[in-house]
Design a protein. Structure first.
Lengths: 135, 135
DNA sequence: AACATAATTGTAATGATTACAAATTTAAAT
DNA sequence: ATTTAAATTTGTAATCATTACAATTATGTT
């Protein structure tokens, strides 16, 4: 899927030194498109890295986002979820099972009115509802 | 602006008994389109209602949202903001001053792809950036 | 090796939200 | 009007994600 070399290179592209923990965390995000929260990342990686600290995950993800390597998804009021998929897309959260789904939308046709002279840094389209599995 | 009678009626329309606290909280949201958090509401209303409890505000806002009287705005990772404006609109949060601005967009032209059989309950368009005042 | 710098870790603090039970208010019944 | 029941409000304690901070460990350089 993704070699350690590939992952290291992508980290370096964003001026992030490819430490063992950073590689593992980014690798997890790339391989699991589940928009995990800190807990999910921790529980999965702690098998391989028993010494891993949650603080490291928090710091790493903040660093990743600042450098533009990943995005944070704030569709959940309770916790921040993370996503390594950088192509513009929206997020759907099922209020029953809590799962977060990706979806595409016609972002190029989106017309924002009334924000002249506003500098836009991030646009999020978040939808809540019930997924087919839960209906 | 809004008479107590008008506010009571709108609460009753949504099957919410117009208690003194509920009227005051809804009145505050109607008169102050600032997307306040709990703290802002508490600090403002506690002048008039010294006995007001934050728990009441939490319960009331949850009740309001469930009944469809207001919406919650989750653009802020830290806290929930509240809005009595029910017309479809987006929210812009300035990352410098923290202020949240309303904006309109062509919601009717928005095409969601890849969510067949998903039941949509709430659509949020959230933008982050820097407002003119902070540039 | 000795030193400086960066990264990681563990623990404590923060702060918004929720749980819960007691107190108060409101409405209904007698 | 008094009593009773139900709804609402309140205060306090608990929860839980996130952050602050200092100590430890790893990495790189002379
Ligand atoms: Mn995604
Ligand atoms: Mn608004
Ligand atoms: Zn579901
Ligand atoms: Zn601003």
């Amino acid at each position: 899927m993704f070699s350690i070399q590939q992952i290291s290179d992508r980290l370096l592209e964003k001026d992030i030194k490819p430490s063992f923990q950073r590689i593992k965390i980014y690798d997890f995000l790339l391989k699991n498109n589940i928009h995990p929260n800190i807990e999910m990342i921790y529980n999965n990686l702690t098998k391989d890295i028993p010494t891993l600290s949650k603080t490291t995950i928090y710091n790493t993800l903040k660093n990743f986002e600042e450098k533009g390597l990943i995005i944070s998804v704030n569709i959940d009021e309770k916790e921040i979820r993370y996503d390594a998929r950088l192509i513009t897309h929206g997020h759907f959260k099922c209020v029953k099972c809590g799962e977060i789904y990706d979806f595409d939308y016609n972002h190029d046709k989106l017309k924002i009115k009334g924000l002249p002279d506003f500098e836009i840094k991030k646009t999020d389209l978040n939808i809540k509802g019930v997924c087919p599995k839960c209906k």
